[in-house]
Design a protein around this ligand. Structure first.
Ligand SMILES: [Zn+2]
Length: 241
């Protein structure tokens, strides 16, 4: 059992035994890990505050065969304003649940961790509609996992110009010449640009735009249709959105 320092965000926390906590942490170093915090529920235990979902920081832990044992935590962001707001907690919990479901133990999950962190910061800031945040988070998650619609060229002829419709069936855009042949959803240039930006932007720059109501609605309609066809997993936290 070696002592390691993990940088990560607590995805979930549950009680075990009389005084302990079991955490799932998304880490920079080892992907998704399970970590036990012994005695964390005893009064005045220094680990108490660090054992809640949304806590981000460093965790000193002993590495066991399948899990870690946390000995010390240094939390740099508790997302305090977020956890005080019921609606933000609902969407934030959805972000955590999606990351928890898709992250792989021991894999390189640095991009997912960065996306999760930036998304929670954007949510906490209150500057973005929750609908837009969810759309950005979901689409970028699909990009990270390598399964996302092609928004840069026509799926039928490869043309990069006059992309006017979105086809769920073809996983992406159709140009004005191919559009008539296949049932596609009409898409405005602003919605197309928004999708192109989300797909290609770095995670640090992802939350630097807002959309007008009409564009936001169109983006939602398109991504909902895509979810319906390709993302069958039902997240528990989605019921509260
Ligand atoms: Zn075409």
């Amino acid at each position: 059992m070696g002592l390691v320092t993990l940088t990560g965000l607590v995805l979930s926390s549950s009680d075990v035994g009389e005084f302990d906590k079991r955490l799932v942490i998304l880490t920079k170093e080892s992907g998704k890990v399970t970590a036990f915090a012994k005695g964390a529920r005893r009064p005045n235990n220094p680990l108490i505050a660090a054992c809640s979902p949304f806590c981000f920081g460093t965790f000193d832990a002993f590495e066991g065969r399948n899990s870690y044992h946390v000995s010390k935590a240094n939390i740099s962001n508790y997302f305090r304003d977020l956890v005080m707001d019921y609606d933000k907690v609902c969407l934030g919990s959805y972000f955590l649940e999606v990351a928890n479901f898709l992250a792989v133990d021991g894999a390189d999950e640095r991009l997912r961790l960065a996306l999760l962190y930036q998304s929670l910061r954007a949510l906490e800031s209150g500057k973005f509609s929750h609908r837009l945040l969810k759309n950005i988070y979901d689409l970028k998650t699909w990009v990270i996992d390598g399964e996302y619609p092609n928004v840069f060229s026509c799926m039928k002829c490869g043309s990069k110009e006059n992309l006017t419709a979105f086809s769920v069936k073809h996983h992406g855009m159709l140009c004005d010449k191919c559009e008539n042949l296949e049932a596609g959803i009409k898409i405005s240039t602003s919605t197309l640009y928004a999708m192109q930006f989300i797909v290609s932007s770095s995670i640090e720059k992802l939350y630097t735009f807002v959309l007008n109501g009409e564009t936001e609605e169109e983006l939602t309609r398109i991504l909902d249709a895509y979810r319906l066809n390709y993302r069958s997993h039902k997240y528990k936290s989605e019921e509260f959105l």
